[in-house]
Write a protein that binds this ligand. Sequence first.
Ligand code: FHN
Length: 442
Amino acid sequence: MLVAILNCNLGFAQTEKKLSDDERMAWWRDSKFGMFIHWGAYSIIGGERGTNIAGGGAEWAMDKLDYTVEDYEKFPKIFNPQLFDADAWVTMAKNAGMKYIVITSKHHDGFCLWDSKATEYDVMDTAPFKRDIIKELSEACKKQGIIFCFYYSIVDWHHQQAQGNLYPNYNIGQHDDPSVVNPKFPKYFKNYLKPQVKELLTNYGDIGVVWFDGDWISDYTTEMGKELYSFIRDIQPNTIVNNRVDKGRKGMEGMDAEGNFAGDFGTPEQEIPDTGIDSDWEACMTMNGTWGYKPDDNKWKSSEDLIQKLVDIVSKGGNFLLNIGPDGFGRFPAQSIRRLNAMGEWTKKNGEAIYGASASPYKKPKWGRYTEKDGVIYAHVFNWPKSGILKLHKNIKVKKATLLTDPDTELKSLKTSREVLVEVPIFAPDNPVSVVKIELEN
Ligand code: FHN
């Protein structure tokens, strides 16, 4: 299913017939693994101002490093990432085993990476770069069969109506204070936010996902969220929209509270739910400690950890949206490229156990995780048994057991009253996760 979809134009275009929800979600549910890209004028700043270093995400530099709007505007005016190569970016995502890309078309700083007719504060009019990044990346994705998606921030620290009377000395904290009502926000929503979203959905081909952020501000209402969701589906009926389009999200755990909220999937951030969730969800995560580029941040997760996170997420029925923060020249950090290469090596050999797989029907074992697909259980072994005996859940009815990477060598298995024993090689065939394929009795 996924290959068929990815190898042809997804046909989301405005005139296409409206798919059922399951048909519309199918490519996304099968994809499992996507690339998040946080890139913008903050990538020049790199989270540093003089001797100060922004706490947390470098994409918050405008706030964390106390720039006034006027001070910050200097950076879009010098944004000129001459080393940006959309084809190379998409190839790195594809080789890592990622099936879709979500890029920040506009983050909270308000600077737009496409040629927006709603503002001059964009890459074509303000920046010397004068290339439409969203156009180049969407075209590169289409060429290489990767689904193009965009992130859009509801929060906008640059737009006067979005900031209301706080402008130009906005204060993010105050802005989140429900007692500080900004009477101009509805105008920003109607006359700026919606036209920009329409531009992005009209001028750049099929959009797989619209990934909203900034849902937390008190000026943004659930009525606006429901209106925006319908607005998007009217333009591209088969586009998927995350739950940050509305107000249902329960903080960083990312799933919706009880109630009627718009949005097609939950968005846990920097965390993975303890157990499987029987609705659609995608965990988004940084490779180090920041979404935007920040050379000072060396809290890099290991490739082993990232591969095990991918397996853990898929075993619980989720997708993994893993972030890259390119620098101000348009380069991926070397540490990110190394991790992408390692994940690509692993997914190339073991992708059968990931793409299109479902959450495990069994409680997670001590040694790793299970995924399931088409009558097959995949045992993803993080801790390879020194005894040479892998102990499976007692309800697993083995027809044939093999190493995923050695399908011609059948492994012996024995069912006992408490578990199913599978005889495996003494040494783990792969690192950091080896997969045992268990074809089930009908
Ligand atoms: O404030 C943003 C942050 O900069 C980043 O974009 C993450 C990614 O999902 N979302 C918000 C924090 O929850």
